[in-house]
Write a protein that binds this ligand. Structure first.
Ligand SMILES: C[S@@+](CC[C@H](N)C(=O)[O-])C[C@H]1O[C@@H](n2cnc3c(N)ncnc32)[C@H](O)[C@@H]1O
Length: 251
């Protein structure tokens, strides 16, 4: 699937990954980033700054996923890998975490971090979240942090998440949503889309797409003002960071 938005988003995240030459380099998101404040500090203990410094999420989807040893977890848009590494600790050596990202520079960072940490139960794959390189009915938990808002085809993302989950599998998402919609002119601002702003959709539409894909018990666990995470301009709808959970029915 090719869409001009993918190219703009890929360029944006390549630039961020490449500017993090080492932690506390020139990347604006590196070190002291508000993003790591989204997690309980105990959860981040022991993670190298090269991982925490490339945290680009908008919430903590790991803590609400109730991960168990031995589970298989899929991290949509895994970036530098922070949530994949956190999940890997919880599923343990008998579990597996698959991180999927379309940006080669991000995958390079994630794989370098994996090697440095000596982690063996995480595998990063290149691919689009709208066409996942993952077999059907093989995953216990689909996780994602601040990525689905970037997709130009959110319906395809939820349909793919549903396909790869085992029956009874669950979803744990942190993402940017709105109350109300951006105008078509605002949506056309691809740079703002890549910054996790104008690709976001109304929370009710978002959960509606999840139900359309087949998910049940779709719940917005919490929804907080996202002004500290994304820059909101005059005329824009209210922007939130929401955590959402859902299930694939058992039968
Ligand atoms: C805002 S960052 C979040 C990264 C990571 N989840 C975190 O919390 O640090 C978005 C990531 O999603 C990836 N991404 C965006 N759209 C994607 C798509 N359609 N398919 C695969 N990856 C995508 C980007 O390359 C980038 O690494």
């Amino acid at each position: 699937m090719t869409n001009p938005i993918h190219e703009v988003v890929k360029e944006h995240y390549s630039a961020i990954a490449n500017s993090q030459a080492s932690c506390c380099g020139s990347a604006s998101d590196c070190c002291g980033s508000a993003n790591t404040l989204l997690y309980d500090s105990a959860l981040l203990e022991g993670l190298p700054v090269d991982v925490t410094g490339l945290s680009l999420g908008c919430g903590d989807p790991v803590s609400i996923a109730s991960l168990k040893p031995g589970e298989t977890v899929l991290d949509l848009g895994s970036g530098g890998g922070i949530d994949s590494f956190l999940a890997a600790r919880q599923v343990g050596p008998s579990g597996l975490v698959i991180g999927v990202d379309m940006t080669p520079a991000m995958l390079e960072k994630a794989n370098a971090n994996k090697a440095r940490m000596g982690v063996t139960n995480v595998e990063f794959r290149q691919g689009q979240i709208e066409a996942l390189p993952v077999d059907s009915n093989t995953v216990d938990v689909v996780m994602s942090n601040c990525v689905i808002n970037l997709s130009p085809d959110k319906r395809a993302v939820f349909s793919e998440a549903f396909r790869v989950l085992k029956p009874g599998g669950r979803v744990s998402i942190s993402d940017i949503v709105t109350e109300g919609d951006f105008t078509p002119a605002m949506r056309a601002d691809a740079a703002k889309w890549a910054e996790c702003v104008t690709g976001a959709i109304d929370a009710a539409a978002y959960t509606g797409l999840m139900r359309d894909a087949g998910f049940v018990d779709v719940q917005i666990v919490d929804k907080v003002n996202a002004d500290e995470v994304v820059e909101r301009q005059t005329g824009m709808p209210r922007i939130f960071s929401a955590r959402i959970t859902a299930y694939k029915p058992v039968g």
